[in-house]
Design a protein around this ligand. Structure first.
Ligand code: ADP
Length: 844
C-alpha cells in the first residue's frame, strides 16, 4: 500500500478531524484496496471510523473479509517510532500482524463468528516495532461491528499497552524475590550468630574464670557464669536481668559505676590487678582482691551496647603475700603465718587443678569457636598457650605467657623448642613431649625454671599444667599450658622458713615451748619442748584437758578464766602459775604469754603463744624475800632497843642547855622512825608472801585516823602544806594499824614526789556503801604507761628525777594488798607534770 499522489479527497465527512491519522486516511488512495474508495464504504464502517478518529483512546479496526487495518492517533505509539506506522493503514490484518497472526487470529475469528466481545488483560503479544520484535503487554477488548446487513463485518479493538505496568510489576516481583532471599539469608545469618552466641554462652558458662555480660547503660546482667556468681556471693536469680549496681548495692560507693561508665562511653578497655573490693558475701562484708577487665561490646552498627567482664579472685594470693610480708617482720607471728601460708598455697594449687578441669570442658568448644577462644585466652588472667602438633607450634599465647617466657607475639607459629631455646637442658621439652605421647596431664608444682628475659637469665618458680588436647577420636593434637608464676610466694615462703628455723633455734635455746589453741574447738597443738615442760611424751600430742589437768588447783580456775577472756575479747594473755609435772610430779612455775590472731577472713581463730619455765626465777625471788624477811626480822630487835634509848634520852635531855643535843636527838628520832617504817614494810612483805599477814578488824573513826596520820607526817615534814577537807565522823570496821600504814604511805609519797611548798589535800567521802579516801598532790604525776604497774612489787618509775628519791617500790604494793584484803579498791588518777590523786575505798 502506498500513499496516493492523487488530489486529496477531503470530502468524506466521516473522515473529518482525526489528527494525523485522519489526514492520512483522507489522502490515501483507497481505490486500489479491496475496500474501494471511501464513498463506497458502508455506513457502519463510516460511523465506526468517525468514532475511532475522534477518540483520544487508542482504537483499532479490522474491517471486511480481508480485515483491513484502521487506527487512530492515540494508537500510534503502540506501533513504535520506527515500526509499522504509518505503513499498516489499509493493510490486510494477516500481512500487517504477520508476526502474531497465529496468536490473534483465533480470537478475531471467534469474535467474527460469535459476535461476542472479548476482554484480555495484560496479555503478552510481542510485536515488531522499533526495528525489532518487542515483548509488549496489552489489555484489550475485541468487539464485533456489524454492517448494514447485520452481519459482523469488522472487529473493533480498544486497547492500552500495559508493558510499563507489567515491567514494573515484574521488577517488583523480582525485588520481592530478592528481598525474600535476603531475608532468608539474614535468618540464616541470625541463626548462625545465635549458634555462635550459644557457643559463646557455653564457653562463658564453663569458663574457669568469672565472666559476665552487662547490657545497656544500666548494665543489666545478661549472663554470669558460676565463677562470677561465686565471686559476687550471689545466686543467679538475684542478679539475672537486673542492673548490676542494683543487684549489688555495696558496689555503689566503690567507684565501680565510674569505671563501667568510662568503658561504656569511651570504649576504652579497663584492666586492673588486685583491686580490693568490698563484697557482701555469706551475709557479711568481706574484702576481695580481684584481677579483672571490662571490655566494651558493640552492636552491628558499631555502637557500644554492653560490657563483658572477665575476672579472677586473687584474694587468697594477695592475702597470702601480704601475710607473708607481715610475717617477715613480725617475728613472733611467724609460726602461725607459716601454717596459714602453706594452706593458702595448697588451695592455690587446688584452684589450678580446678581451672584445668574446666579447661578440659572447654576443649570441645574451642574447636567450634576458635577466634572467640583466642580472645578468651588473651583475656584470661592466667598464662595460657596452645601448642599444636608434634612440633608443638605456638598457635595461641596470651600476653601473660609471652611475658612469663620473656617473649613477644613473634613466638606464634614457631615450635616451642625454637621459640624458647633457653629451656634446653631443663626438663620442660621432655615433659611436653611426654604429654603429647602419653596423652596424660602433667602437673608442675613450684618448679624452678631459668627464663631468658631480654637477654638476662632469671630464676623463677612456676606452678603449671600441661594438658593434652585431643580430637574426637581421642588422639592428642595439641598441648595446652596453663601456668602461674609463684616465684614471689616461693621466695617469701623460703624466707619465712628460714626465719622460722631461726625462731625455732631461738625458742629452743631459750627453753620456750609454743602452743596454739583453736578458739572454736579448743584443740591444742604444742611443740615437743612444751610437752617436755609439762612432763609428757615429747612425741605425742597433748590435749587441752591434759595440759590444764597439770595446773595446780589454786590456779586452775583462774587460768581457764583468763584463756576464755582472752579468746572472747581478743586481748593479750599473760599468766604465771604453778603446775605439777606429769612424769615426776615436781612443782614448777610457768609463765604463759598468748595472743589471739586473725585468720585471712579476719576472724579470730588461733589463740597462740609461748610458755616458759620460770621456776628458777621464782626460787631466786623466794630466796630473796626469805633473806629480806630474815634480815628485817633480825634488824627489828636492835632497832626496837635503839628507839627506846632515843626516846629515853629525848625525855632526859629535853631541857638541855645545849641546843645541838636537842636538835640531834630530834633528828635521831625521825631517822629511827623512818627505819622502823622501812623494816616493817619488808617484814610485811615476807609475811604477806608466806601468807602470815593477819587482818585484825576493829571499829574506828576514819576521820580521826586521817588526822592522826597527818599529824604524824607533819611532825617530820614541814615543807608541804597538808590539809583535810572537812567531813563528819564516819566509823569503819577494819584493821586500824594497817589502814593507818596505807594512809601514811600515800601521804609520804605525796610529799616525796611533789616539790616543796606545794599543797596536799586529803579527802574522805561516803559513796553508796563505801567510804572513799583520797590524797591529792601537785607533784610530778605519773605517765599512763606506768600507772598499771605502780602497785606491783618493787616497781619504781625510773626517771632522772625519781632516781634521787629513796624508796624500794614496796609501799604501794603493800597498800594494795592490804586494801584488797579488806575487799576494797585502790587506784590512781594522774596527769604527768600536774599531780596525782590516789584513792582507796573500804566497804562500810
Ligand atoms: P617508793 O616510793 O618507795 O618507790 P611506792 O610503792 O610507794 O615505792 O611507789 C612506787 C612508785 O610509784 C614510786 O617509785 C613512784 O615512782 C611512784 N609514785 C608513788 N606515789 C607517787 C606520787 N604521789 N606522785 C608521783 N609518783 C608516785
Amino acid at each position: 500500500m502506498q500513499q496516493a499522489d492523487q488530489p486529496k479527497n477531503k470530502d468524506y465527512p466521516f473522515l473529518k478531524g482525526g489528527g494525523e491519522m485522519g489526514e492520512l486516511m483522507r489522502t490515501t488512495d483507497w481505490s486500489a484496496t479491496a475496500l474501494g474508495t471511501p464513498d463506497t464504504w458502508p455506513q457502519s464502517l463510516r460511523t465506526t471510523l468517525s468514532i475511532i478518529l475522534n477518540s483520544k483512546f487508542p482504537m483499532f479496526l479490522w474491517w471486511g473479509p480481508e480485515l483491513i487495518c484502521f487506527y487512530n492517533d492515540a494508537y500510534r505509539p503502540s506501533l513504535g517510532q520506527h515500526g509499522k506506522h504509518p505503513s499498516i493503514l489499509g493493510m490486510p490484518a494477516h500481512l500487517a500482524w504477520s508476526e502474531i497472526w497465529n496468536t490473534i487470529k483465533p480470537l478475531i475469528s471467534q469474535v467474527l463468528a460469535g459476535g461476542e466481545s472479548t476482554w484480555s488483560e495484560d496479555q503478552l503479544i510481542p510485536i515488531y516495532r522499533n526495528g525489532k520484535i518487542e515483548d509488549v503487554y496489552w489489555t484489550f477488548s475485541y468487539s464485533p461491528v456489524a454492517d448494514e446487513s447485520g452481519e459482523v463485518a469488522g472487529v473493533f479493538v480498544t486497547c492500552t499497552e500495559t508493558t510499563a505496568k507489567i515491567v514494573a510489576n515484574k521488577q517488583l516481583e523480582e525485588t520481592n524475590r530478592h528481598l525474600k532471599a535476603a531475608r532468608e539469608a539474614d535468618r540464616l545469618i541470625q541463626k548462625k550468630l545465635q549458634e555462635n552466641d550459644n557457643n559463646l554462652r557455653l564457653i562463658i558458662l564453663q569458663a574457669p574464670v568469672a565472666i559476665a555480660i552487662f547490657r545497656g547503660p544500666e548494665y543489666v546482667v545478661e549472663i554470669a557464669n558460676a565463677r562470677a556468681l561465686e565471686l559476687w556471693g550471689r545466686r543467679l536469680p538475684q542478679v539475672l536481668n537486673k542492673p548490676i549496681l542494683q543487684a549489688m548495692p555495696e558496689l555503689l560507693d566503690q567507684g565501680i559505676k565510674q569505671l563501667l561508665d568510662n568503658v561504656f562511653n569511651t570504649g576504652e578497655v579497663f584492666s586492673v590487678k588486685e583491686l580490693p573490693i568490698q563484697l557482701f558475701r555469706n551475709r557479711k562484708m568481706t574484702t576481695a582482691y580481684i584481677d579483672f577487665v571490662y571490655d566494651p561490646l558493640y552492636d552491628a552498627e558499631g555502637n557500644i551496647n554492653g560490657i563483658i567482664t572477665i575476672g579472677t579472685e586473687v584474694t587468697t594470693q594477695v592475702l597470702t603475700r601480704k601475710r607473708i610480708e607481715e610475717s617477715a617482720t613480725e617475728f613472733q607471728a611467724i609460726n602461725e603465718e607459716l601454717v596459714g601460708a602453706n594452706e593458702e598455697l595448697a588451695s592455690t594449687n587446688e584452684e589450678l587443678t580446678e581451672t584445668q578441669w574446666h579447661l578440659q570442658q572447654l576443649v570441645v568448644e574451642i574447636e567450634k569457636s576458635e577466634s572467640r577462644f583466642r580472645n578468651l585466652v588473651q583475656q584470661a588472667p592466667v598464662a595460657i598457650c596452645l601448642l599444636r602438633g608434634r612440633e608443638l607450634v605456638f598457635e595461641a599465647a596470651n600476653d601473660k605467657i609471652q611475658f612469663m617466657l620473656g617473649k613477644d607475639a613473634a613466638i606464634i607459629g614457631k615450635p616451642f623448642e625454637e621459640a624458647v631455646p633457653e629451656l634446653k637442658g631443663q626438663p620442660f621439652f621432655k615433659l611436653l613431649d611426654d604429654v603429647f605421647t602419653t596423652g596424660e596431664n602433667y602437673y608442675g608444682n613450684e618448679t624452678p625454671a631459668v627464663i631468658n628475659h631480654k637477654g638476662q637469665l632469671i630464676n623463677g618458680y612456676f606452678t603449671f599444667i600441661y594438658q593434652p588436647i585431643k580430637n574426637r577420636d581421642g588422639i592428642t593434637t595439641a598441648v595446652m599450658i596453663v601456668a602461674i608464676e609463684v616465684t614471689e610466694q616461693v621466695n617469701a615462703r623460703k624466707k619465712v622458713e628460714q626465719a622460722e628455723e631461726m625462731l625455732r633455734f631461738a625458742l629452743e635455746a631459750a627453753n620456750i615451748g609454743t602452743w596454739y589453741i583453736n578458739s572454736d574447738t579448743r584443740e591444742l597443738k604444742t611443740t615437743p619442748r612444751l610437752r617436755e615442760l609439762f612432763g609428757y611424751d615429747v612425741n605425742k600430742e597433748m590435749t587441752f584437758d591434759e595440759a590444764i589437768g597439770q595446773v595446780t588447783e589454786d590456779f586452775r580456775d583462774k587460768i581457764l578464766e583468763q584463756i576464755n577472756a582472752a579468746i572472747e575479747n581478743g586481748g593479750n594473755y599473760d599468766f604465771t602459775y604453778t603446775m605439777r609435772r606429769f612424769n615426776d610430779d615436781q612443782l614448777i612455775w610457768l609463765r604463759s604469754l598468748g595472743k589471739l590472731s586473725r585468720d585471712h577472713e579476719n576472724e579470730f581463730t588461733t589463740f597462740s603463744g609461748v610458755v616458759m619455765d620460770i621456776t628458777e626465777q621464782k626460787q631466786d625471788e623466794q630466796r630473796k624475800s626469805d633473806f629480806i624477811g630474815m634480815v628485817s626480822h633480825e634488824l627489828k630487835t636492835p632497832l626496837t632497843s635503839l628507839t627506846a634509848i632515843v626516846q629515853v634520852l629525848n625525855m632526859k635531855l629535853k631541857n638541855s642547855e645545849d641546843s645541838f643535843i636537842a636538835g640531834a636527838l630530834d633528828k635521831a628520832n625521825i631517822q629511827v622512825k623512818k627505819m622502823g617504817t622501812m623494816i616493817n614494810g619488808f617484814l610485811n612483805i615476807s609475811r604477806l608472801e608466806s601468807g602470815k599477814i593477819h587482818v585484825a578488824k576493829e571499829h574506828f573513826d576514819m576521820v580521826l585516823l586521817l588526822t592522826e596520820m597527818m599529824d604524824e607526817v607533819k611532825l617530820t615534814v614541814s615543807s608541804h602544806n597538808i590539809s583535810l577537807a572537812p567531813h563528819e565522823h564516819v566509823e569503819v570496821y577494819a584493821d586500824r594499824d594497817k589502814i593507818g600504814s596505807v594512809i601514811s604511805n600515800l601521804l609520804t609519797n605525796a610529799v616525796k614526789y611533789s616539790p616543796k611548798g606545794k599543797h596536799i589535800e586529803v579527802k574522805c567521802v561516803v559513796t553508796g556503801n563505801n567510804i572513799q579516801v583520797s590524797v591529792k598532790d601537785e607533784g610530778m604525776g605519773i605517765k599512763p604507761q606506768d600507772i598499771d604497774k605502780l602497785f606491783d612489787r618493787y616497781y619504781r618509775v625510773e626517771t632522772a628525777h625519781t632516781r634521787h628519791i629513796s624508796g624500794f617500790g614496796i609501799g604501794l604494793y603493800l597498800s594494795s594488798e592490804i586494801i584488797h584484803r579488806h575487799d576494797g579498791e585502790i587506784w590512781v588518777e594522774s596527769e604527768s607534770g600536774k599531780g596525782s590523786t590516789f584513792y582507796f575505798t573500804l566497804p562500810l
